[in-house]
Design a protein around this ligand. Sequence first.
Ligand SMILES: *Cc1c(COP(=O)(O)O)cnc(C)c1O
Length: 218
Amino acid sequence: MTRYKEIAREVEASGAVLVAVSKMHPYDAVLEAYSDGARIFGENRVQELESKFPHPGERPEGMLVYLIGQLQRNKVRKAVELADRIESVDSLPLIEKIEKEAAAIGRRIDVLIEVNSGGEEQKAGFRSEEEAIAAASFIIASCPHMRLRGLMTVGPLGFDDDKNRRAFSYAKGVFERMKGLSDDIDVLSMGMSSDWKTALEYGSTEVRIGTAIFGERS
Ligand SMILES: *Cc1c(COP(=O)(O)O)cnc(C)c1O
């Protein structure tokens, strides 16, 4: 038994989607969550996604896997083959590479632009609203093999509630502006085990939860 069901009930009550972040947990745990109702899983490394999950087409009915971790350029081909969505698009060179690899295999892949909403140096993501909007416009105008679905952010490290709220409010503002660019944009992915309830208050449409569902990672 995972804690998927009780968390999903609360997430879905506010109209959001729950991504079960299975990184560093075995495929058995994925199947347990699947039997508890989970369909969307999050992995942060391409290599782990590849070795853990069956190939697309051989997965259990309805199972989707989203890539949520920083993507190295030499892993883009695999990511485009294996992931149902890439949520961690954080630079223009990466966008160009994803477009090229998706075109090469004749696929249009869903993506989210990652925004650094807490202003932390070490964190991935576009660093300003202007850069994020420019990247979004570039995907929409020039990347026919990508479908931009919205924005992803990782809240600030630590448990400072004020900082979290500032970051989520900022991300919500960028998301609202981004929505004006395309009708395909409907995903604001923010909120993890420690801050998902706060993220939902700020209009998150998708929370990514690992520890609270599966327990601590080893
Ligand atoms: C690991 C991870 C999560 C889930 O974190 P938990 O604190 O275990 O819920 C969510 N988003 C990203 C990008 C992650 O890397």
